[in-house]
Design a protein around this ligand. Structure first.
Ligand code: NAD
Length: 350
């Protein structure tokens, strides 16, 4: 046993998966999705303040591991996230994540958190926040294509933020659709199980594609998409991994998070580097138009950007105070005399 316990001055709050789930129930999932969307929208409004870089990706044959850093000058944040479409066959998640916030002033971490659940929440909150700006007026029905881990979050966020009334589910794996339909039961959405992507799109003003496949897939071909819809394209988020036929892209007004990253990872990797896109933060600020006509096809080419994770971590930091839904981690060596790191180590062995 160490004679002198290490100094524990600089403890770092840590939100585990269990505590994140408890926090969601403590706040309520729909209020939390709305709160996250507000934080994300607030950070999109101050977009120019942030350090921005395309995420740093390490690709393999099976998937990708990425780091997503950003800073607003006062707080620094990053997320570690993977994407492995084959994982579900082995009983593992396609996407898992954790993240950190730190004080730019002294570099000390101020929050460490699980982000697998939080990524699903923030991705859904971002989708719905964007749809609030771009979807046709009165949109109340969504086709949900790909009924995996993200799908219920996507559906509920559209309900909580855009007033969605009905979701039409389609997945090539009927077990995924059964799971999503059962999870969404009793949550205030009409749920329709469909037999094809085409059927899921009947009467839908919002089309969400959220499939996982490491290839140029064609979830939506050109002839499937009519005018006056909003496409929320979530699943194409890696080089060589897309969901939409180029014809759909050519007929759409395309909105993105950070073009430098989306041109590498998004649906628009299939287009020329100079194909025009609108950055969502400019629509939110009112400097660029969003939807300009009822007949237009708007497309949110979502890949997930670091600022959304930063906003989500900021939301968690602001909401764990006064709860017991975190634990203090002894993560940082912090000797009483900052130059006596070795002395602290020596004393721990006596
Ligand atoms: P998941 O593996 O849990 O679910 C994917 C589902 O897609 C599966 O049920 C699978 O059967 C279905 N599918 C595959 N091909 C299909 C097809 N042709 N038609 C219909 N369904 C099909 O994955 P998930 O966690 O739900 O993530 C889905 C995708 O979203 C992944 O590609 C992931 O990388 C991406 N993602 C993007 C963001 C973002 O910010 N844009 C965030 C999280 C995840």
């Amino acid at each position: 046993m160490p004679a002198t316990p290490p100094s524990n001055k600089a403890l770092v709050p840590f939100v585990s998966v269990e505590n994140m789930m408890n926090l969601v129930h403590h706040i309520g999932i729909e209020p939390m999705l709305r709160g996250l969307a507000d934080y994300i929208e607030e950070d999109f409004r101050r977009w120019e303040l942030f350090d921005k870089t395309p995420r740093i990706a390490s690709h393999s044959a099976e998937g990708v591991i990425e780091l997503m850093p950003t800073s607003d000058g006062e707080v620094y944040g990053f997320k570690y996230v993977n994407g492995h479409p084959k994982n579900t066959k082995e009983g593992l998640q396609t996407v898992t994540a954790f993240g950190l916030l730190a004080d730019v002033g002294n570099g000390y971490p101020v929050l460490l958190s699980e982000m697998t659940v939080l990524t699903a929440l923030r991705t859904a909150a971002t989708s719905a926040m964007v749809a609030k700006h771009l979807a046709p007026k009165g949109a109340d029905t969504m086709a949900m294509i790909g009924n995996g881990a993200q799908s219920e979050f996507q559906s509920l966020a559209m309900k909580a933020i855009c007033g969605l009334k009905s979701v039409r589910l389609w997945d090539i794996d009927p077990a995924a659709t059964r799971k999503a339909a059962s999870n969404l039961k009793g949550l205030g959405l009409g749920v329709h199980v469909c037999n094809s992507a085409e059927e899921s799109m009947e009467g839908a003003q919002i089309i969400t594609t959220c499939t996982a496949d490491k290839q140029y897939a064609t979830i939506l071909s050109d002839n499937m998409v009519g005018s006056g819809v909003h496409i929320n394209a979530i699943g194409g988020d890696c080089p060589g991994k897309t969901e939409l036929a180029p014809g759909v892209l050519h007929r759409s007004e395309i909105f993105v998070e950070y073009p430098e990253q989306t041109r590498i990872e998004g649906e628009i990797q299939q287009l020329g580097q100079d194909h025009p896109v609108t950055q969502m933060w400019e629509v939110i600020n009112g400097t660029k138009p969003g939807r300009t006509s009822a007949g237009q096809i708007t497309l949110f080419d979502s890949v997930g950007f670091a600022i959304e994770d930063f906003s989500a971590l900021r939301y968690i930091r602001d909401h764990i105070g006064g709860t017991d839904l975190y634990m203090d981690l002894d993560l940082l060596a912090d000797p009483d005399d900052p130059r006596d790191l070795f002395g602290m180590l020596q004393r721990a062995g006596r």
